[in-house]
Design a protein around this ligand. Structure first.
Ligand SMILES: Nc1ncnc2c1ncn2[C@@H]1O[C@H](COP(=O)(O)OP(=O)(O)OP(=O)(O)O)[C@@H](O)[C@H]1O
Ligand SMILES: [Mg+2]
Length: 238
């Protein structure tokens, strides 16, 4: 059974339709990459999958269950996590407070057990646990947002441009951990990326979105080396 089985999904804001009928599946333990030009609807798709944008048509099955009409917290309970493109942390709280807040629903012992596991997965965070998030670099903030999702022990994580504006070294660290979610923890990952080359190298399958429609759906390496699409929409090759 697919993790996501999305059929003819139309998503928008209010009455404005942005995604005009998108159909795809994400398989279990897959790294599924979504790329496309600015404004093509990548973030809108993730918001639709998490229940944060208006669904105007179509259907979303998540692990076989129809979640099309469920609010975000119900999807979260089913093991779906969402790492937003912007504003993914509480700036005036410390890193520790951010992570503990994300695990508010856990009892104290379980929270401590999970916090230890999260810090094993993202040990870099130990060095700035008690700093306010607003004092952190962009990469450190991404790690905090990552940790806030990990404490929920999800089965599927959707990332929206987690490496945007990061140094190559920091981006590599984030990519490394995203890959580990799949290879070491057996999770399913949906990754929206502006670094199309790197994401397509790491991904299993990929989808290219252009103005709210699917232009390509297939193996990630096929899109990476595609004669026309890679240069036309992703700035790859000549
Ligand atoms: N809250 C909103 N209300 C109305 N329109 C919106 C809203 N958010 C986004 N849009 C519009 O939806 C379209 C798609 O935006 P979206 O953010 O999904 O694109 P994207 O592919 O994620 O772009 P980027 O690569 O820049 O992140 C754009 O035309 C944008 O202006
Ligand atoms: Mg976006």
């Amino acid at each position: 059974m697919a993790v996501f089985d999305v059929e003819n999904l139309k998503v928008g804001y209010g009455k404005l339709e942005i995604l005009h009928g998108v159909t795809f599946k994400v398989e279990k333990n897959e790294l599924f990459v979504i790329v496309g030009p600015n404004g093509s609807g990548k973030s809108t798709l993730l918001k639709g999958l998490f229940g944060l944008a208006t669904i105007m048509g179509g259907k979303i099955l998540f692990n076989g269950e129809d979640v099309t009409k469920l609010p975000p917290h119900e999807r979260s309970k089913k093991g779906l996590a969402y790492h937003p493109q912007l504003n993914n942390t509480f700036e005036n709280l410390s890193v520790r407070e951010n992570i503990l807040l994300a695990g508010y629903f856990l009892d104290r012992d379980e929270l401590e057990r999970r916090l230890e596991k999260v810090l094993e997965f993202l040990p870099e965070i130990r060095g700035f646990m008690d700093r306010k998030v607003r004092t952190l670099s962009g990469g450190e903030r991404q790690m905090v947002a990552f940790a806030m999702n990990m404490i929920k022990e999800p089965n599927t994580v959707m990332f929206d441009e987690p490496t945007a504006a990061l140094s190559p070294k920091m981006a590599d660290l984030i990519f490394d951990r995203i890959v580990k979610l799949k290879t070491e923890y057996g999770l399913t990952v949906v990754l929206v990326e502006q670094n199309a080359k790197k994401a397509l190298e790491l991904g299993d399958r990929a989808m290219l979105l252009v103005t709210g429609t699917v232009k390509f759906l297939g193996p990630a390496d096929e899109l990476l080396t595609h004669e026309d699409l890679a240069s036309m929409y992703l700035g790859l090759r000549d």
